[in-house]
Ligand binder design. Structure first.
Ligand code: SF4
Length: 452
């Protein structure tokens, strides 16, 4: 880990009447994403149709997969008199058209603002024995963004499904809102270790599936309800995300006494060592040679490429757990974080996580928007931005190269296949960052470039 010096004093957060070009999307989007990691689940957004459309549009442009998100379609009269009849009808329609194993119900700002007793309505609906099973989470966006909505949904689902009992030889792995490629890689690692694992939520197949001859209303994949019921009997929960406090794993600790290990996302050698060693310890076996070989190749790449990062400064934009993990990785390779920005309101936890990673001097923008980020980018002039597609206008205007990570990535193809985690994901990021810096040097060089 290198020691980093301050670049500039952090700017005071300006008082402004509204966000401009937000750096966050809404909480029910996080809920829908988490629900897609449950087998046979259809998400139902209780509120206005526009909310579901917005969520669908964002998720489709990122994952490029069919995305059915149902809505209870609030109208003016629903807003005044309540949405119980809409909710009842929507659940009946979904049951007949999709035949889901479960319906994941989340609320919007409007439903929560008018004080809908959605859990009470769902209890009434469940009195009909033929009604499908539902899971519920309250996700008004005035409580938080997609990051909060995702983790609140994971916690709510575990609270409604997990049962205690005799311990089983298995663990729970709560990976957070990572990419389908990341989830597939984590599954591969625990399989190599022979460690039975409930990886939740798991949308690696439902949001990155094969092309099918016929439209499938509910794509195959996800964690089954019977697996979620057993999550309360696991030997431990490993929860990834350095900024989470306490995070959804706390539910299993409180309700079922499942011990909780909290670790950062495995990006970089140090962070990956910590997560993979914890998994190996639970498995009672050393890391397999294949993973150790990936680690060795990554160290070799660090040796080969470290010179390209000398005296370079980076801005990191994204979900707080991803941003913290990327900063830890950047510091490990000698790329100094100058600006770290997230749309989530972390209450100082992002700054604390960065301090815990030994990162000093980086300016942190918490609960921010892209307008403010653009201003700080112009002032700080980093050499590189790691962030989502929404960082592109700033990157283009300022001539700073952008490596796309996180969510949303809607101006490139293959967002679901962007691997961030493990030695392999770190290797991919390392190569892409180094090559992006090299390409930028070539493209902007006044004397051109030729290999003699
Ligand atoms: S009203 Fe709330 S829930 Fe609906 S799209 Fe806007 S932020 Fe999201």
């Amino acid at each position: 880990m290198i020691a980093l010096s301050a670049t500039e004093a952090p700017a005071a957060k300006p008082q402004r009447p509204a966000a401009t070009n937000t750096c966050r999307v809404c909480a029910p989007l996080g809920a829908v994403l988490a629900f897609r990691g449950i087998r046979g689940c259809v998400p139902l957004v209780h509120g206005s149709q526009g909310c579901a459309t917005y969520i669908r549009r964002y998720l489709i442009s990122h994952f490029r997969e069919p995305m059915d998100v149902a809505s209870t379609s609030f109208s003016e009269s629903t807003t005044v008199f309540g949405g119980k009849s809409n909710l009842t009808e929507a659940i009946a329609n979904l049951a007949s058209q999709y035949r889901p194993e479960v319906i994941g119900v989340c609320t919007t700002c409007l439903a929560e603002t008018i004080g809908e007793d959605t859990p009470g309505m769902l209890r009434d609906i469940a009195r009909d024995a033929s009604a499908p099973k539902t899971l519920f989470v309250a996700t008004p966006s005035f409580k938080g963004c997609q990051h909060r909505g995702f983790h609140d949904t994971v916690a709510a689902v575990l609270a409604q499904t997990a049962q205690g009992g005799d311990r089983l030889r298995q663990i729970n792995l709560l990976a957070g809102p990572v990419s389908p490629a990341d989830l597939r890689h984590l599954r591969e690692v625990v399989d190599q270790l022979g460690l039975p694992t409930i990886l939740f939520p798991d949308y690696s197949d439902t949001l990155d599936g094969p092309s099918l001859a016929e439209y499938t209303p509910i794509p195959a994949g996800g964690v089954g309800l019977e697996q979620l019921a057993r999550a309360g009997r696991s030997a431990c929960t490993i929860q990834l995300g350095a900024v989470l406090d306490p995070g959804p794993g706390q539910v299993l600790l409180d309700r079922c006494q499942v011990p909780l290990k909290r670790l950062g996302l495995p990006i970089g050698i140090g962070a990956t060592d910590a997560v993979f060693d914890a998994l190996a310890e639970e498995a009672g076996t050393p890391l397999p040679d294949r993973l150790l070989a990936e680690r060795g190749r990554l160290i070799d790449a660090y040796v080969d490429g470290h010179k390209y990062f000398a005296q370079k400064r980076v801005a990191v934009v994204g979900d707080p757990d991803l941003a913290a993990a990327l900063c830890g990785f950047c510091a490990e390779i000698g790329l100094a974080p100058a600006l770290v920005a997230t749309g989530a309101a972390t209450g100082g936890r992002l700054s604390a996580a960065l301090t815990g990673l030994g990162i000093k001097g980086a300016e942190v923008l918490d609960d921010t928007d892209h307008d403010l980020i653009a201003g700080r980018l112009a002032a700080l002039k980093p050499d590189l931005i790691l962030g989502p597609s929404k960082s592109y206008p700033s990157a283009r205007a300022l001539g700073i190269p952008l490596v796309r990570v996180g969510f949303p990535i809607h101006d490139r193809i293959g967002a679901g296949r962007v691997l961030h985690l493990g030695y392999r994901g770190t290797q991919r990021l390392f190569d892409e960052i180094a090559n992006t810096l090299l390409a930028h040097n070539q493209d902007t060089s006044e004397i051109g470039y030729a290999y003699q």
